[in-house]
Design a protein around this ligand. Sequence first.
Ligand code: C5P
Length: 232
Amino acid sequence: MSDSRIIVALDYPDEKSTLQLVDRINPELCRLKIGKELFTRCGPELVRRFVNHGYDVFLDLKFHDIPTTVANACKAAADLGVWMVNVHALGGPAMLAAARTALADETSPLLIAVTVLTSSSQDDLEAVGISQSPQQMVARLAAMAQDCGLDGVVCSAHEAGALKSSHGAGFTLVTPGIRLSSDSKDDQKRIMTPTDAIKQGSDYLVIGRSITHSEDPVQTLLTINSDISQLL
Ligand code: C5P
């Protein structure tokens, strides 16, 4: 179990490149996120391997399906021993409630709902028929997630302050879209630096390319940990 507030997004194409980073770090420094690309290529075996090495693993597969399927997928994730799992809040209350019922034990992974992707802008929402702003949608979906008993949400750090005030300290906020001041935005739109995100009330920072694409990923991770620790 780690104290680190950083979840490194292992968005690598294969096991070899993933291990080039993971073999140089340890569970004290960060938690690990396995998403769709790496999971689809390497499967549950790699998840088990990191869990067995003592890492808190966030399985970021963003389940969104009929309630029974999502509930069973959540149970399968729990059987892997992961620390956190997520579902799309847009799946609605019945799906969220089924996921919660499936992960009801004290030993279950944290169950987090994705609100609005940090790569989505107002125009992106309008293109799929949503006229509310990203902020309004995040507030609405976070309230639904809390009503259904979820442990927290994935949101942008821009929404973290408001969500902490309205949902309380115990509602976990996980924020991707983190960039160092020197980085490019890539495909992310609603971004913030690590220290500003913590100041806004983010509990865990999901950081991918700022670490994995940096010249020295381990040093970048150490620097961000040290910057954050000054605030805590
Ligand atoms: O490289 P970068 O730091 O932008 O990576 C962000 C990671 O967080 C990616 O793995 C992406 O899938 C994930 N994520 C996100 N927005 C969400 C949920 C997860 O960017 N709402």
